[in-house]
Ligand binder design. Structure first.
Ligand code: G6P
Length: 371
C-alpha cells in the first residue's frame, strides 16, 4: 500500500525527519533507564555472546557503513576482535573463519543477494560459528537464515537512499556492543548506564539537529556548480564521512569520496583545489587536534571547507571555511549518530539544487536481489 507523504516533498525528507521516532521505536523494550536487555537478541543470546571470540560483519552499501562504525564500538566497548567486509567480496574468496565467530549481517531489506549468499556459504562450510542479523524486515531471507535477530524498527523505508535504516542500525549495533561487552565482563554498570543514557537522549538530540536545517540549506547553495567533493573524518567519523559521501553521490551525482583525515597526505590532497569542497567532521574527541592540523593542510590549497563540529571542539573558522556547531557533549555512541544528520540534510538539499530524482536516483535500486 502507498505510504502517504504528508507535508513532505520526498520520502527521503520524510524519512530523515522520522528518525527521532524510528530510534525511539528501536530502543523500545530493548533498554530500561540504565540497562541493555540481552534477551532482546533471542532467548539463547547470552550463552552465544559469552562463547564468541571473534566477530565478522558482512553487509553492502549503507549497511556496510553502519558496520564500519560498529567495528570501532565492538573492539572499544566489548573488546572482541572484529572484522568487516563487503558481502560481494567476502562470498567469493576463501576467508579464514575461526571457531566461535559471530557472523553479523546488517541489512535494511534482508533480501540483498550478496549478503544472503555470504551468510549461506559460511554456514555451509563452518559448524562452530553463530549468526546474527540486524535487519529492518521481520519476514526476510536474512532473518530466516540467522540464529539471532535484532530488528531495527525503522518502519518502511521507501527512498532508495537509506537514512532512518542507517541510524537505527547504528543504535542496534550500539546495543549489541554493550550486550556482548556485558557477557565478556568488559562493561561495568557505570559504563552501561552512561551509554544507555546517551541512547535515551538521542531522539531529542536528533530533533535539535534537524532544527538546524536552514543553515544547511544555505551551505548547500555553494554546491550548485560543483562536481567533486571530499569528506574527511577520523575514527568512527571516517565511517560517517563514507556514508556522507555515499549519500551525496547517490542522489546528487556529485563525485564524492571519503578519506580518513590522516591519509590525506598520502594521495588525496593532490585532488584538492578551489572547485573541490572539503567536508570535515570534528567531534570533541582525543583526535581533535590531529584533525585540526589536517584542516590547516587543506586550507593552504584554497579549497572551500565545511566543518561540522561539536560545540566544544572550538574549530577556529579560517578563510573559505564555514564551521557549523552541532549539539555538544556527544559521546562515543551518540557522536557518529548525530553527525550523520547534517550530512543527510546536506545531500538532500544539494540534490534539490541539482534537480535530480531524489527518491529514485538514476541506475540505483532499493534492494539489490540480482548479481
Ligand atoms: C542498495 C540500496 C542501499 C542499501 C544497499 C544494501 O544499494 O540502494 O540503500 O544500503 O542496497 O541494502 P540492504 O537492504 O542489504 O541494507
Amino acid at each position: 500500500k502507498q505510504i502517504d507523504l504528508g507535508d513532505y516533498k520526498h520520502y527521503m525528507q520524510k524519512e530523515i525527519f522520522e528518525q527521532p521516532q524510528a530510534i525511539r521505536d528501536t530502543l523500545e523494550s530493548r533498554i530500561t533507564k540504565d540497562t541493555v536487555s540481552l534477551s532482546a537478541f533471542g532467548h539463547n543470546a547470552e550463552t552465544i555472546f559469552t562463547n564468541i571470540k571473534h566477530i565478522q560483519i558482512i553487509a553492502c552499501g549503507t549497511s556496510y557503513n553502519a558496520g564500519l562504525v560498529a567495528k570501532y564500538w565492538l573492539e572499544d566497548i566489548a573488546k572482541v576482535p572484529t572484522n568487516i567486509e563487503v558481502a560481494s567480496e567476502y562470498r567469493y574468496r576463501n576467508p579464514v573463519v575461526l571457531n566461535n565467530t559471530l557472523l553479523v549481517t546488517i541489512s535494511q531489506s534482508g533480501e540483498t543477494t550478496d549478503t544472503l549468499e555470504a551468510l549461506k556459504s559460511v554456514k555451509q562450510h563452518h559448524n562452530n560459528i553463530h549468526t546474527l542479523t540486524i535487519c529492518n524486515c521481520a519476514e526476510s531471507f536474512l532473518t530466516r537464515e540467522s540464529e539471532l535477530t535484532l530488528l531495527t524498527h525503522a518502519g518502511p523505508e521507501i527512498s532508495v537512499a537509506s537514512t532512518k535504516a542507517f541510524t537505527t542500525q547504528l543504535v542496534s549495533l550500539a546495543l549489541l556492543s554493550v550486550a556482548i561487552g556485558k557477557c565478556h565482563k568488559q562493561v561495568d554498570k557505570k559504563q552501561e548506564t552512561a551509554i544507555v543514557d546517551g541512547l535515551n537522549r538521542l531522539p531529542g538530540l536528533i530533533k535539535k539537529t534537524l532544527e538546524q536545517e536552514s543553515q544547511i540549506i544555505e551551505l548547500a547553495q555553494s554546491f550548485k556548480n560543483k562536481f567533486n567533493a571530499i569528506f574527511l573524518g577520523r575514527g568512527t567519523m571516517h565511517a560517517i564521512a563514507m556514508e556522507g559521501a555515499l549519500k551525496l553521490k547517490e542522489i546528487s551525482y556529485i563525485h564524492s569520496e571519503a578519506f580518513p583525515a590522516g591519509e590525506l597526505k598520502h594521495g588525496p590532497i593532490a585532488l584538492i583545489d578551489q572547485d573541490t569542497p572539503v567536508i570535515a567532521i570534528a567531534p570533541n574527541d582525543q583526535l581533535l587536534d590531529k584533525l585540526k592540523s589536517n584542516l590547516q593542510e587543506v586550507k593552504s590549497r584554497g579549497s572551500q571547507m565545511i566543518v561540522f563540529e561539536d560545540e566544544m571542539s572550538n574549530v577556529t573558522p579560517m578563510q573559505n571555511m564555514t564551521v557549523m556547531s552541532i549539539t555538544h557533549n556527544l559521546g562515543i555512541i551518540t557522536a557518529p549518530i548525530i553527525f550523520t544528520i547534517p550530512l543527510q540534510l546536506l545531500s538532500y538539499h544539494v540534490a534539490l539544487i541539482k534537480g535530480t530524482n531524489v527518491d529514485k536516483p538514476r541506475n540505483l535500486a532499493k534492494s539489490v536481489t540480482v548479481e
